[in-house]
Design a protein around this ligand. Structure first.
Ligand code: URP
Ligand code: ZN
Ligand code: ZN
Length: 484
């Protein structure tokens, strides 16, 4: 009998704190030993000359989340999880959305059924679109206790958004129950005002998506939601920070000691508003929200990543097809930007773009790369150290990575359900060779080997990182109605 089920041999193991030349011995799906010259495994993965990274943890992926008809999310759990594996990601946090006026619990149960087809482990954010008292007090406590410790609110998007009063109620409920609130922060009425004015002026092409939501729309809302979180002493994560001004709001909050975390996404690091001005209707491929900004915004985001102000890089994978009746062209090529579905596919390209633009180009070091792509997201959502690092006892979720491999990104490599990638033709340096999920080879040289159905629900219990600080701005605790 061999000592290990699998040994990843001869590589450089990289964590958020160290890079060490050693083998990884795996038994029963977990890392059992780290060391030189480990005994043979029943399976050997040759990592000589390669990096051995924790599998990526992508905490913002819209998978099989139904948009309004006739639109359709281009992925199933089968295709989305294949795509994640192809890009070295081994765990996702995706979204179960409460239909407005409907129950949350029923939808969460139905979503878990869909997720049974996942090839990798997943946790859930619960999107609250209608936080009525019977939902917050009747349904939410049991859902949080069952391991749904992230609540998501939209402050824009008709049909999904909540107003400030509702947002405050969600923040209060999260504080009481021990959950984190994640926020899509854009000022809804400002966007509507701009939209009406643009349409009245006949400015409808895809490039006007950038005009409808300038940075101030996001900056104001980021500031406002941070203030609401501070008032109720509730930890939050601001989703998809797109540029300098929002990052500054987050930096100020953190300097005041608030538990405010922030993510950005590769699209904000490599795309700009000019991409929406491509010929014909091509710009529609780059319509997502918040909108892509400018080159100086990109530099500000890199600086915020280096400073630890932005400490999570997710994909915000929200794929539509480009062609066909249910995607970007659903309403024709002359349709105004206002009806084009928002979002882009990004699960597979998140790590390669971040590695290439970050590590290969010298903007961040390897430890920062692992921190923002694997370890920090796992910590923030309560699934660390099981996920997001390589350590004895952790799940053997691993991306064996060739740091020198040059790849020209093409849609055919990505395994997702969309018919395009916004990064078609982009050359990256650094690509996963082998992805392991709980010790099993799930993808090798681009071939998906993990069957659908192997993924498990990750159900975090209470964890200290997201505990409130116990500090209110005044002498009264308005959540519990007692002196602070
Ligand atoms: O454009 C985007 N990001 N679509 C997905 C939904 C969201 O706003 O996160
Ligand atoms: Zn969003
Ligand atoms: Zn999103």
């Amino acid at each position: 009998m061999t000592a290990f089920d699998c040994v990843v041999r001869g590589g450089t193991v990289v964590t958020a704190s160290d890079s060490v030349r050693c083998d990884v011995g795996i038994r029963d799906g977990v890392v059992a030993a780290l060391g030189r010259d480990l005994a043979p495994g029943a399976r050997e993965v040759d990592a000589r000359g390669l990096l051995v990274l924790p599998g990526g943890v992508d905490t913002h992926a819209h998978i099989e989340e139904p948009p309004r008809a006739p639109l359709r999310n281009a992925d199933s759990f089968g295709t989305a999880s294949a795509s994640a594996l192809a890009g070295g990601t081994t765990a996702v946090v995706c979204f179960a959305r409460q239909p407005r006026g409907g129950t949350l619990a029923g939808h969460v149960a139905a979503y878990h059924e869909l997720a049974r087809a996942s090839r990798l482990d997943y946790a859930l954010h619960l999107i609250l679109t209608d936080p009525r008292p019977e939902v917050l007090e009747g349904e939410l406590p049991a859902l949080v206790a069952a391991g749904h410790r992230s609540l998501k609110i939209f402050l824009t998007y008709e049909g999904a958004r909540v107003g400030d009063a509702e947002a405050l109620r969600v923040l209060a409920a999260a504080r009481r129950l021990g959950a984190l609130v994640c926020v899509h922060a854009e000022h809804h009425e400002m966007i509507e005002f701009y939209r009406d004015a643009l349409l009245a002026a006949g400015l409808t092409a895809p490039k006007y998506h950038a005009w409808v939501k300038p940075m101030v729309v996001e900056r104001e809302c980021t500031h406002r939601v941070i203030a609401m979180a501070e008032a109720l002493d509730t930890p939050i994560q601001v989703f998809h920070v797109s540029g300098a001004e929002s990052a500054e709001e987050v930096a100020r909050a953190r300097a005041r000691g608030l538990k405010v975390w922030a993510e950005t996404c590769p699209q904000y690091l490599v795309l700009t508003a000019d991409d929406m001005d491509r010929p014909g209707f091509e710009g529609a491929k780059f319509i997502f929200s918040p909108a892509a900004r400018t080159a100086p915004d990109q530099e500000a985001l890199w600086a915020a990543i280096r400073a630890g102000v932005i400490n999570n890089i997710s994909s915000d994978h929200a794929p539509s097809r480009y062609e066909g009746p249910d995607g970007k062209k659903a309403f024709g090529e002359d349709a105004p930007f206002t009806v084009v579905p928002n979002g882009l596919p990004g699960l597979a390209t998140r790590l390669p773009i971040l590695f290439s633009e970050g590590v290969s180009k010298g903007r961040i070091d390897l430890q920062t790369f692992v921190a923002v792509a694997c370890t920090n997201p796992a910590k923030l959502f309560g699934i660390h150290p099981r996920k997001g690092t390589i350590a004895v006892g952790a799940d053997a979720d691993i991306a064996v990575w060739d740091p020198d491999k040059r790849v020209r990104i093409s849609n055919a490599l990505l395994h997702h359900g969309s018919d395009y990638t916004p990064y078609e033709g982009m050359e990256v340096t650094g690509w996963p060779v082998t992805t392991l999920v709980r010790g099993a080879v799930a993808c090798h040289e681009g071939e998906i080997l993990a069957p659908p159905g192997g993924g498990r629900f990750l159900a975090p219990g209470p964890y200290p990182l997201i505990a409130p600080r116990g500090v209110f701005p005044g002498p009264f605790n308005p959540v519990d109605g007692v002196p602070a």
